[in-house]
Ligand binder design. Sequence first.
Ligand SMILES: NC(=O)c1ccc[n+]([C@@H]2O[C@H](COP(=O)([O-])OP(=O)(O)OC[C@H]3O[C@@H](n4cnc5c(N)ncnc54)[C@H](OP(=O)(O)O)[C@@H]3O)[C@@H](O)[C@H]2O)c1
Length: 259
Amino acid sequence: MTDKTRNRFDLKGKLAIVTGASRGLGRAMAVALAEHGADLVLVARSEKGLDQTADAVTELGREAVVCPFNLANAESVPDLMDAIEKEAGLPGILVNNAGTTRRAPATELELADWDAVMRVNVRGLFALSRELARRLMARERRGKIVNIASLMSRVARPGTTAYAASKGAVAMLTRSLAVEWAAHGINVNAIGPGYFKTELTRPVYEDEAFSRWVRQNTPMGRWGEPDDLAGAVVFLASPASDFVTGQILYVDGGWLSLV
Ligand SMILES: NC(=O)c1ccc[n+]([C@@H]2O[C@H](COP(=O)([O-])OP(=O)(O)OC[C@H]3O[C@@H](n4cnc5c(N)ncnc54)[C@H](OP(=O)(O)O)[C@@H]3O)[C@@H](O)[C@H]2O)c1
């Protein structure tokens, strides 16, 4: 294949970590990366869920390593990375997708709930990104980091204070790390999903009034399906996005463009 016809979205020979890969958006993105040739390191707490994702990856002829890990324990991230390197090598792609929420009016939000959200969505994400970047830089290797932000990196809704604050932080972490690490060949971008049907949103999409509100506020008139993120994650993980860094790509059916 000449340089002009090479597939810039090809991920063959690449190794990608996806956190929160035991279900939902993480599983869909892991499968999308595998469809484009990547081998996967799958991180989350539920070994059973990770095994199911690994089966989907290996059915596509790619390798999958399962790493049960609680991202609230950021101090242990170097041990996790040692184990990953020993088993699979040093990944060049990291999709920071694991996330959690606690829904409550701000006046009733406990500090323990605030901490639980921040520990995973922000502190865990930072610790893993920093550890990978240190190792890539030490070997003068390039990398791609894709953070999963949210509509709530930009806009808010009552009852989601900790989550919205955490996703605002993810947006600024994306930009901060992008400008620090650009010179090292490490691209840092984010995807901002709109409303997608997963376990995380089950309490709200099962509420018919809320579900209708989402459809009405989404110009495309529907909830997102996990597979709707496939194109965005492959783009941001692949050579097709080599000159893109510090960006948040919203995949929201047009939500943020509606007045
Ligand atoms: N669904 C949406 O509409 C939507 C919209 C915008 C942004 N997002 C973001 O997209 C990401 C994925 O969400 P989702 O909708 O797929 O939610 P989900 O179905 O609840 O999945 C969350 C994933 O994160 C993992 N996780 C949670 N806490 C963890 C921890 N302490 N350590 C390791 N892994 C942990 C879960 O695995 P275990 O439970 O097995 O650990 C699971 O794999 C999140 O960052 C979320 O904020 C979702």
